[in-house]
Design a protein around this ligand. Structure first.
Ligand code: PEP
Ligand code: MN
Length: 631
């Protein structure tokens, strides 16, 4: 059941209550990150409703109606995010686990690991103990396989996922692996589930061959009931009468699970289809349906694989799939894990500290802005990030070392460039080190209980008004009031209590400030994306860099800009954006900002740079980074 606690109850009082409950044999769960004052309690029959209501700070009791408790959405409204090293599974992230069905040799595992890492996997899979249908099939390299996996982790930095088939192997697994997998055949092996629960390592729990979603969640409950909340569900196809595919992939499990549980959901299209050509279409569909990640079998020589060769993708096919996913993800509000964009590397994140504190990112406005969402998608939720009042403040904070990263919107697909940031990029000598594209869905947000006809004023930043032009034209009685960010608009209407005021903003902002979405998706066109860039004091030193942003000015002569363009053309450098901005204090003279598909900081580009400089009066590389779409 859920205990509703009195508003503003201190953590000290909560802890006292938790001790009383524990002393009476209750299992207590405090949902993390929700900011709600509730406790989840699973009690023995002897713990009565009267006893609970009599405890200090308890104002109400809401029963959990499902058979599973700890993993239920009723217990925790927020999505669980499972951390494996610096990889996050769940929330706004898409995580890709890839590797062979089984570890066959050191060479095989290492070759595949390097390939899948190059193409964007952030966790490596491979079986060392294989549960095979036939006792005569390859059973895995056992401990030798685990040692190889550990070596793969040491060499590539990829954390390891492998299957446990018996509680007998718990010590071995504990020693070598990061995430343990419970396979479909063992989903209801309750001793194994309890063992995985006690081990405490993150668990990928596959759905049984013929299990209902409720049975699957009950199995997850077994793990959680042992005190291990780090559970990731993985749908891998169920047995049906259809023989064309190995199993039938139940994609409808994704929205069903999203309603029933807070646990992240992965899709394994490899075991689901059993056929190489069917893997990528189902993987793309899974992402579109809201999966939190994928588990994909990849082999460099699938025709020689000791198990599941016919369903294993070639590394290049896997690379193409990841590129597709990279494009689909923002449409459903997700982002591939940031290591794919190569920018916020683990080295950086655990790198130098500010006055003993962790690294920090700053963004515009208020919690709940799209900039905030971009920051948490890019850096992950364990990076401290905080809002500042203006774009200039972002640059200033990064410049003086108050923050390590700034994240700024640079252009929107409907309303165009954010010119102020172009000017600030020129003024401050900071460096672009990464980029991210975010789908922006605008909503009309107001106080609960108000109707659309009650609204007299709408608060939002000017670009949001431009993106919602049609809605505003259709509602001419609503007066527009510009503010600096969507999150600030929502906060202002929440704090003022004025029922006639509405704000334009994200569903997250509405939730954070306990406001109501009056009208969903009011942007003129659903293809509304904002491109953000990350700025730092130092240029990006390592990782894949396939895009550069430069700024230059030319002489005021005929063909001057053409001469610069000619250098790009002759060197086969693709220009993806060109923007001109007036030079302050020099009327009718312009700075050109260009984005190029090339690493202009690469030493091989020196002669190209020389040619550009010959044709420009001013030239600076603002940054070389990875845009994620070219590997
Ligand atoms: C596997 O992932 O290698 C595997 C055996 O999967 P499943 O348990 O889904 O069959
Ligand atoms: Mn397999």
């Amino acid at each position: 059941m859920i205990l509703v606690l009195e508003k503003g109850m201190t953590q000290v009082k909560k802890n006292q209550l938790k001790s009383v409950l524990a002393a009476n044999g209750c299992m207590v769960h405090e949902p993390g990150g929700s900011g709600q004052n509730i406790l989840g309690v699973i009690g023995k029959n002897s713990v009565t409703r009267e006893f609970l209501m009599a405890q200090e700070g308890v104002v109400d009791i809401v029963p959990i109606s499902t058979a599973y408790k700890l993993v239920s959405r009723q217990m925790q409204k927020e999505d669980s995010i499972i951390r494996i090293g610096n990889v996050e599974v769940g929330g706004d992230r898409l995580t890709i686990i890839a590797g062979p069905c089984a570890v066959e040799s050191r060479d095989q595992a290492m070759t595949i690991a390097k390939e899948v890492k190059k193409y964007g996997a952030t966790l490596f899979r491979g079986g060392a103990f294989k549960p095979r249908s036939s006792p005569y099939s390859f059973q895995g390299l056992e401990e030798e396989g685990l040692k190889i996996l550990a070596e793969v982790r040491d060499v590539t930095g990829l954390r390891i996922v492998t299957e446990i088939t018996s509680p007998m192997h718990a010590d071995l697994m504990f020693k070598y692996v990061d995430v343990i997998q419970i396979g479909a055949r063992n989903m209801q092996n309750f001793e194994l589930l309890k063992c995985a629960g006690r081990m405490g390592k993150p668990v990928v729990l596959k759905r049984g061959l013929a299990s209902t979603i409720e049975e699957w969640l009950m199995s997850a409950e077994y793990i959680a009931a042992e005190g291990n909340p780090n559970i990731i569900l993985c749908e891998r196809g169920i047995r049906t009468f259809e023989p064309y595919t190995r199993n039938t992939l139940d994609l409808s499990a994704i929205p069903v699970l999203k309603q029933l549980t807070h646990l992240p959901v992965l899709i394994d299209p490899s075991h689901a289809t059993g056929i190489r050509e069917k893997v990528s279409p189902m993987a793309r569909a899974a992402v579109a349906a809201g999966a939190d990640g994928l588990m994909i079998e990849v082999h460099h020589k699938p025709e020689e694989a000791l198990s599941d060769g016919p369903q294993s993708l070639y590394p290049k096919q896997f690379g193409r799939l990841v590129r597709d996913i990279y494009v689909i993800a923002p449409v459903v509000g997700k982002q591939l894990f940031h290591d794919y964009t190569g920018s916020a590397s683990p080295r950086k994140r655990s790198g130098e500290k500010r006055d003993g504190k962790g690294q920090r990112a700053v963004y515009l406005g208020e919690v709940g802005t799209f900039s905030h969402k971009a920051a948490s998608q890019y850096f992950g939720t364990d990076m401290e990030s905080s809002p500042v009042p203006s774009f200039r403040d972002i640059f200033e904070h990064v410049k003086i070392g108050e923050a390590d990263f700034g994240i700024i919107p640079i252009e929107n697909s409907l309303s165009g460039s954010i010119h102020e940031n172009y000017d600030l990029l020129l003024e401050y000598e900071l460096h672009i080190t990464g980029e991210l594209s975010l789908r922006v869905v605008h909503n009309l947000i107001a106080h609960p209980g108000t109707k659309i006809e009650d609204i007299k004023r709408v608060l939002a930043p000017p670009p949001a008004f431009q993106q919602c032009r049609r809605f505003l034209d259709a509602n001419p009685d609503m007066k527009i009031v510009p503010v600096n960010a969507t999150g600030s608009a929502v906060k202002r209407i929440a704090e003022s209590g004025i029922l006639e005021d509405a704000a334009i903003g994200s569903v997250e902002a509405a939730r954070i400030f306990s406001m109501n979405v009056l009208e969903e998706s009011i942007e003129d066109n659903p293809r509304n994306f904002t491109r953000f860039v990350v700025i730092e004091r130092e240029p990006l030193a390592e990782g894949v860099k396939n895009k550069s942003s430069i700024v230059f000015s030319t002489s005021n002569n005929p063909g001057a800009l053409f001469e610069v363009m000619k250098v790009f053309s002759e060197n086969q450098i693709n220009l993806v954006k060109l923007e001109s901005r007036p030079i302050h204090g020099k009327p009718w003279q312009y700075m050109f900002y260009a984005d190029l598909e090339a690493d202009m900081m690469d030493s091989q580009k020196e002669s190209v740079l020389g040619d550009i400089k010959k044709n420009t009066e001013f030239f600076r590389i603002i940054g070389s980074y990875n845009c994620g779409s070219d590997k």
